[in-house]
Design a protein around this ligand. Structure first.
Ligand code: MG
Length: 389
C-alpha cells in the first residue's frame, strides 16, 4: 500500500515520488509530455510542494497582466457592437476548453495544454488583426510585429513578477509550443499538446465567428446553404435546412462536436499505429495530428466565406480603418516623444530602440486604453508640436 507523506520541504510524496508525477503516471499515455521530461526553466527554481511544473506555468499565465487585458481586446467584433460576442479572453477560454477535451481523450498532459492555450493569444495587440497589421507596418524596419512572437516577448522580457529577472520564467516546453506558432511551416514537429492547441484554436474561431456574425445580423441563415460543412452538420444532427434563430447555438455546438469527433477519430488511429512511444520518440517519428482531408477542405471553404462576408463586412471595414488610423498616429507620436512612454518601456527603448519599445507598449494596450491614449496624446501632441503629423 502506498504511503503518502510530506518531506522536510513540505512536498507531498507518494512512496518518495511527487504526487503530481504519480497522478501523471496513472493517467497519461506514454506519448504525452509527462512533466518529469521537462528540461526546466531559464532560471532554476525549487520544485513546488504539490503543483507540477506545467501547472505552475498555467497559473503564471493566468495571473499575468497581459492575460487579464485579453478581456479588453476584440476578437473580431468590438465592444460597441454589443455584449454577446467573443472577446479575445473568451475565445482563449473556448480554445482551452476544446483543447482539454481533446487532450483528456487522447490522454495527453492537460496542464501543459491549458498553459499553452492560455498563452496562445496573449500577444494580440488592440483591435485584433487590424492592430497587428498596422504595428507590423510601423515596425517594418525593426523586424516587424507578430502577435505570436510578442507573446514570447511578454512572458520572457516584459511581464514583471520577480525581483531578480524579467518575465514569468515559464518551462522551456511551454515556450517551445509558442515558438512553433511563430513558424508553423517549420521543419520541427511540435509536441502533441501544442498540436492539439493549434487545432482547437481553429475549431473555436470557425464556430464562434459564425455564431457571432449570425447573432449580430452580419450573416443571414440563407447564406449558409452553400457551405459543405454546415450542410453536413445539419444532416448529421437531423436539423432542418432553414433553421429558426433559436437553433443557432445548436448549430454552433454541433459544429464544434463534429470537428472534435473527426479530429479525435484520426488522432486516436494515428497514435495507435505509432505504438508505445514516449513523447520524444513520437516527435522523432514526426507524428502530426491532422483533421481528415474532407474536413480540412470544408473548413477552408467556411473560412473563405467568413473572410468575404464577415471579416470584410462594411461595418468591420469601417472599424478597422478607424482603428488603423489611431494605432498609426499613436505610434508616430510616441516615436517622436518617447519620454511619454511609461518607465518600463523607456528601459526597453534604451536597450532595443524607441520604435520597438513603442510597438510593444501599444501592443499591450486594450482597445479602450488605446482609444483613450489616442485622444489624450493627440491633444497633447498638438500642444507639443503642430507639425508632428
Ligand atoms: Mg486564437
Amino acid at each position: 500500500m502506498s504511503t503518502v507523506y510530506r518531506n522536510a520541504r513540505g512536498s507531498q510524496l507518494v512512496d518518495g515520488i511527487p504526487a503530481w508525477q504519480v497522478r501523471e503516471n496513472l493517467i497519461l499515455a506514454s506519448y504525452a509530455l509527462h512533466s518529469r521530461f521537462s528540461t526546466g526553466r531559464v532560471h532554476e527554481e525549487p520544485p513546488h510542494p504539490y503543483r507540477g511544473p506545467f501547472q505552475r506555468d498555467r497559473d503564471r499565465v493566468l495571473h499575468s497582466a497581459a492575460f487579464r487585458r485579453l478581456s479588453g481586446k476584440m476578437q473580431v467584433f468590438t465592444g460597441d457592437m454589443g455584449d454577446y460576442h467573443r472577446t479575445r479572453l473568451t475565445h482563449t477560454h473556448e480554445v482551452a476548453s476544446i483543447a482539454r477535451t481533446i487532450g483528456r481523450t487522447l490522454r495527453l498532459n492537460e496542464d501543459l495544454i491549458e498553459a499553452m492555450s492560455l498563452l496562445h493569444d496573449i500577444g494580440h495587440p488592440p483591435f485584433g488583426h487590424c492592430g497587428e497589421d498596422v504595428l507590423d507596418e510601423c515596425m517594418h524596419d525593426y523586424g516587424g510585429f507578430s502577435h505570436n512572437r510578442f507573446a514570447l516577448e511578454l512572458v520572457e522580457n516584459i511581464e514583471q513578477r520577480y525581483t531578480s529577472y524579467a518575465g514569468l520564467n515559464l518551462s522551456f516546453e511551454v515556450l517551445e509550443g509558442q515558438q512553433h506558432r511563430t513558424n508553423k511551416s517549420g521543419p520541427d514537429v511540435p509536441w502533441l499538446e501544442a498540436q492539439v492547441v493549434d487545432a482547437a484554436d481553429s475549431m473555436a474561431y470557425d464556430a464562434h465567428d459564425l455564431d457571432d456574425a449570425l447573432k449580430l445580423g452580419l450573416l443571414q441563415w440563407n447564406q449558409l446553404g452553400q457551405l459543405g460543412l454546415i450542410q453536413r452538420v445539419l444532416r448529421q444532427n437531423r436539423m432542418p435546412q432553414l433553421l429558426p434563430e433559436t437553433q443557432r447555438q445548436r448549430l454552433v455546438h454541433s459544429l464544434i462536436d463534429l470537428q472534435v469527433d473527426q479530429f479525435l477519430e484520426g488522432s486516436l488511429q494515428q497514435l495507435a499505429e505509432a505504438g508505445d512511444l514516449d513523447c520524444r520518440a513520437i516527435r522523432e517519428v514526426g507524428i502530426r495530428l491532422q483533421m481528415p482531408p474532407q474536413l480540412e477542405q470544408e473548413k477552408a471553404e467556411l473560412e473563405k466565406f467568413l473572410f468575404e462576408h464577415v471579416y470584410r463586412h462594411p461595418r468591420l471595414i469601417e472599424i478597422r480603418q478607424r482603428a488603423a488610423t489611431r494605432v498609426r498616429q499613436l505610434f508616430s507620436l510616441l516615436n517622436a516623444y518617447p519620454e511619454r512612454l511609461p518607465h518600463r518601456f523607456q528601459q526597453i527603448a534604451a536597450t532595443r530602440g524607441v520604435p520597438i519599445a513603442v510597438g510593444f507598449y501599444i501592443a499591450g494596450m486594450t482597445d479602450r486604453f488605446c482609444d483613450d491614449q489616442y485622444v489624450r496624446m493627440i491633444e497633447l501632441g498638438r500642444e507639443l508640436a503642430d507639425d508632428w503629423m
